[in-house]
Design a protein around this ligand. Structure first.
Ligand code: OFO
Length: 173
């Protein structure tokens, strides 16, 4: 049986992943309104990734026969100074999500729950990628400086982000 504190943290993580999707949807709206359609597309792909993450945590709770408790999703930030501000907020958010997953890992270890520890490995690796994606784009924004041509090029590049495969990891069956 899963320890109550692990179950609580995993339930909270569903909410955090759904909030992530909501935040990226808000960022997509800002990018679209400010004339960055490629960045808006990149954010929309991110929304799908986040919904996928939420579904994986949800599926795991069901597999372990743990009651799912869904709470209200908070209102995401909607105002950003510029493109750098949007992706800086994305990176800061991903760092918070990484810390949250690391904390679940710590609790699972404390409560001797190797099933959850093992399940979290995929998410821990995923967070390395999530942080790197935002950081790489921030580096490019820095290189572009305030040059509209540079930002336009970057926006075109972000328009090419492919649809996520969303293949459940083998553990998700
Ligand atoms: Fe779910 O990884 Fe981003 O937040």
């Amino acid at each position: 049986m899963m320890h109550e504190s692990v179950a609580r943290a995993l339930n909270e993580q569903i909410n955090k992943e759904l909030f992530s999707a909501y935040l990226y949807l808000s960022m997509a709206s800002w990018c679209d309104a400010e004339g960055y359609p490629g960045s808006a597309h990149w954010m929309q792909i991110q929304v799908k990734e986040e919904l996928f993450h939420a579904s994986l945590f949800h599926g795991y709770l069901l597999q372990r026969d743990v009651p799912v408790v869904l709470e209200a999703i908070g209102k995401p930030e909607a105002e950003f100074d510029d493109l750098n501000g949007v992706f800086s907020a994305a990176l800061a958010h991903e760092q918070k999500i990484s810390a949250s997953i690391n904390e679940i890992y710590r609790i699972a270890r404390e409560e001797v729950d190797p099933m959850t520890e093992t399940r979290l490995h995929w998410f821990i690796n995923e967070q390395v990628e999530e942080e790197q994606n935002a950081r790489d784009i921030l580096d490019k924004i820095k290189l572009a400086g305030a040059q509209p041509a540079g930002l336009l090029l970057l926006d075109n590049e972000l328009a090419a982000r492919p649809e996520p495969t969303l293949t459940p990891p083998s553990f998700a069956g």
